[in-house]
Design a protein. Structure first.
Length: 254
């Protein structure tokens, strides 16, 4: 039995009506939220340690912690950044922190200090990190751009530690290296956290207890009366991915 062309046309029209009705019912009018982009972490280079503002994955002076930073995706749909870490001897990455963008303060939505307050990170051990993003629909970006960092022993500063020094008689700095690095960085800032001097020096391998006479530094800028803080940063064996930063000490110029 033959079927007329009208039958096919009628069936096609019916199918189109049902399909359009399905689309109309399924469409809520809300825009589709795209997948979040991949998060790129901020790399650290040894030369960054001599900048006024240090950048990228690095040691921190306040604790035996590792500072992490990543670039904002500038996507209004992002709700969280998720931080993952793996120890060099470990097999899997573990989620250690989520940054909620609704509650994070400005400047802290793309940075984190991994300090593991209870046990502390192990020294002379590489830790690997990556960051992902999660949007308002729960979609998560892929994992990539992994960085590593290894903390070494922090230099232990001795003095000056609050001493008052005459402007014509600059102090000698005293500190101790648990592990003597090839190179170290002296960093001096004023009371406004502005850099006064940053210099790289060769270590004295004769003794773990080391000194540096500020008067011997030819390119040291002149001091004016005020409060200054200083610290020593060790440059690790892998310059861009290892190191340590001492706690700050203070001296006063009158």
């Amino acid at each position: 039995m033959s079927v007329s062309p009208l039958y096919y046309k009628t069936g096609l029209i019916f199918f189109l009506i049902v399909f359009l009705a399905f689309i109309s019912c399924d469409n809520t009018g809300e825009p589709i939220v795209p997948e979040p982009g991949d998060v790129k972490m901020v790399e650290h280079y040894a030369s960054d340690d001599t900048l006024a503002v240090e950048r990228g994955i690095d040691a921190v002076p306040e604790s035996d912690g590792i500072y992490l930073a990543w670039y904002s995706l500038r996507d209004p749909n992002i709700s969280h950044y998720n931080i993952y870490r793996k120890k060099e001897s470990g097999t899997f990455f573990q989620h250690i922190k989520s940054i909620d963008l609704e509650t994070a303060t400005a400047g802290r939505d793309t940075t984190y200090i991994d300090g593991n307050v209870e046990a502390g990170l192990e020294l002379n051990t590489y830790y690997y990190y990556f960051v992902t993003a999660t949007n308002s629909e729960g979609k998560k970006s892929a994992a990539q751009d992994t960085l590593r960092y290894m903390l070494i022993h922090k230099p232990e500063l001795d003095r000056p530690d609050g001493e008052t020094c005459d402007i014509d008689s600059l102090p000698t700095l005293f500190w101790n290296f648990v592990e003597i690095p090839d190179l170290y960085i002296l960093r001096i800032e004023n009371s406004f956290d502005q850099v006064h001097f940053i210099g790289i020096f060769q270590s004295n391998y004769d003794n773990n207890y080391q000194t540096l006479d500020l008067s011997s530094i030819s390119d040291l800028p002149a001091f004016i009366p005020g409060v200054y803080k200083w610290r020593i940063d060790s440059i690790g064996p892998d310059e861009d991915h290892s190191g340590a930063e001492s706690n700050w000490k203070v001296f006063i110029i009158i």
